[in-house]
Design a protein around this ligand. Structure first.
Ligand code: ATP
Ligand code: MG
Length: 384
């Protein structure tokens, strides 16, 4: 599956205009309110574009009035949120650049509600052949999409102004490039604020169905563990990661019947199995992170926003080891407030944490140049 090579966002909250390269392991640190979560959310919106829920997601965030960059715009510049991702497939040598712009409907529109976000432009280009090919080019209702033979076709009347063509044109045989990009982005997973309170689904058994990848809310954690223990039949990494954080403790994953469950035996009470409902928030959160990072199959892109929440500082090194281990299998994106976690991931993952900062209300990344890459001296440091 293609991996993410570059991300661009403009006009979205504190992301006035930013473009930067993305490698196998990205670590973002920085003060409160600098825009780390906005960067993370911009990725979520790209995924929403592929799932057909982009304008709904923006409406749910408070609508265009809330999400549009609050600073001043140049005269005549339209009020738009622009998101773009470059994906690269190493096996085929193809690179796909998808970009979408969302704005406010014109005063007399008909195609959308008065304040509803609307897709303004959309473009997909393919690189890797003799020259770049524009596969999809949309400007409002006008534009074209190329079919499997390279012929330009119009969108037809089915495409609503509130829909992305990327999600709406589902015919995989006729529009294979759209399918590749859509599938890749839809498979990204975001783990943010997994609930561990008393009513959290993590504390209850879940259906025993083979579950290769943890859901974003962690609700199928027991099934993820059961899949490792009884389908793969190998919990070496999982057991090691758990013992790494909680020395002497053991994770118990019985063969499931209708429901999957797990428990923990602590060294102090070797005869007693603690149910998830009895575990501390931190223990449960660490287990959820283990489920996300050590699952049978990892998503092609895995993003964690502040995973350290409610974890003791001593768990940062064990967590860092899981994150680095996952980054050998897939692309990982980490936002953290923990200097200790950032340092540990950077050290064992061989990357440099990126400092997110705000200049005149706009999110930036230290060392990021206008050209959209990181300055030379930094790249040099990263290589050694
Ligand atoms: N429409 C907007 N235009 C400009 N800035 C905005 C807009 N909406 C939100 N912001 C700014 O974005 C910032 C919040 O960004 P974000 O949530 O990404 O911060 P963060 O780096 O994740 O912070 P924390 O570490 O506290 O989680 C706030 O400073 C807020 O003022
Ligand atoms: Mg945040």
């Amino acid at each position: 599956m293609p991996t993410v090579r570059e991300i661009e966002a403009a006009g979205y909250r504190s992301l006035k205009s930013i473009r930067f390269p993305v490698g196998p392991l990205s670590v973002f640190v920085g003060g409160n309110g600098t825009g780390k979560t906005n960067l993370y959310r911009a990725l979520g919106l790209l995924q929403a574009a592929s799932a057909g829920t982009l304008t709904r997601a923006l409406a749910a965030e408070g609508g265009m009035e809330s999400v549009l960059w609050a600073g001043s715009r140049r005269k005549g510049e339209p009020a738009r949120v622009r998101l773009s991702a470059e994906l690269a497939d190493e096996t085929t040598g193809h690179a796909y650049t998808y970009a979408v712009e969302v704005g406010i409907p014109p005063p007399v529109s008909g195609g959308a509600f008065a304040l509803e976000p609307q897709v303004k432009t959309e473009r997909l280009t393919l690189q890797g052949g003799a020259r770049p090919v524009t596969v999809l080019d949309r400007d409002g209702p006008a534009g074209f999409v190329r079919d499997e033979e390279g012929r330009k076709r119009s969108f037809g009347t089915d495409l609503l102004p509130t829909e992305t063509a990327l999600a709406a044109l589902q015919d995989a045989v006729r529009f294979p490039e759209l399918q590749i990009v859509r599938q890749a982005m839809e498979a990204w997973r975001f783990y943010h604020d997994v609930r561990t309170d008393a009513g959290s689904p993590l504390r209850r058994p879940c259906l025993a169905v083979t579950t290769p990848t943890l859901a974003s809310d962690g609700a199928d954690l027991a099934a993820v563990f059961a899949t490792l223990a009884h389908i793969r039949g190998d919990t070496v990494d999982l057991d090691a990661a758990f013992a790494d954080a909680f020395p002497g403790a053991r994770l118990m994953v019985p063969p499931p019947e209708r429901e999957a469950r797990f428990g923990v035996i602590f060294a102090e009470y070797p005869k007693r199995i603690f149910e998830p409902s009895e575990l501390s928030d931190g223990t449960l959160r660490y287990l959820a992170l283990a489920g996300a990072l050590l699952a049978y199959r990892l998503p092609p892109f895995l993003a964690l926003n502040e995973p350290e929440t409610s974890l003791h500082p001593d768990l940062m090194e064990p967590l860092a080891r899981m994150i680095v281990q996952a980054s050998k299998r897939t692309q990982v994106w980490l936002v953290t407030h923990s200097e200790r976690l950032a340092a540990a991931v950077a050290e064992s993952g061989g990357v440099r944490p990126r400092l997110v900062l705000k200049r005149e209300g706009a999110t930036g990344i230290e060392g990021l140049r206008l050209s959209g890459d990181f300055s030379q001296d930094e790249a040099g440091e990263e290589d050694d």
